[in-house]
Design a protein around this ligand. Sequence first.
Ligand SMILES: [Zn+2]
Ligand SMILES: [Zn+2]
Length: 134
Amino acid sequence: MKITGGCRCGRIAYEATIDPNAVGICHCTDCQSLSGSAYRVTVPARADAFVIRGEPKIYVKTAASGTKRAQAFCPDCGAAIYAAAVSNPPSYSLRVGSISQRVELGAPKRQIWCQSALPWSMDLRAVEQYPRQS
Ligand SMILES: [Zn+2]
Ligand SMILES: [Zn+2]
């Protein structure tokens, strides 16, 4: 599936090809910290079909395992765009919130790092719901 995406302010835009059924959730503490949220939702995009316009700022994160990952975000609005290997990435892990067609993507198929999930984030059905602000 061809998709387009970018940051909130418009400085960064991209095109990519993804599998809409490859959406996943990561509950690791790095994703919580870097996203500023409870968990991160991503979908992989092959590098050969990923075209980006505008230059994201890169933060290189070193995991406890020693693995380094480039975290790309807009230098103006701060929106997260992708994570990828530092050099010659075979794929880009796109942040689903940056994808214009995110509503059309399938629901996530798997959740990883559930051992560090915020317990409430595993089931939101009992949380009061409103169509807009309450
Ligand atoms: Zn921006
Ligand atoms: Zn993670």
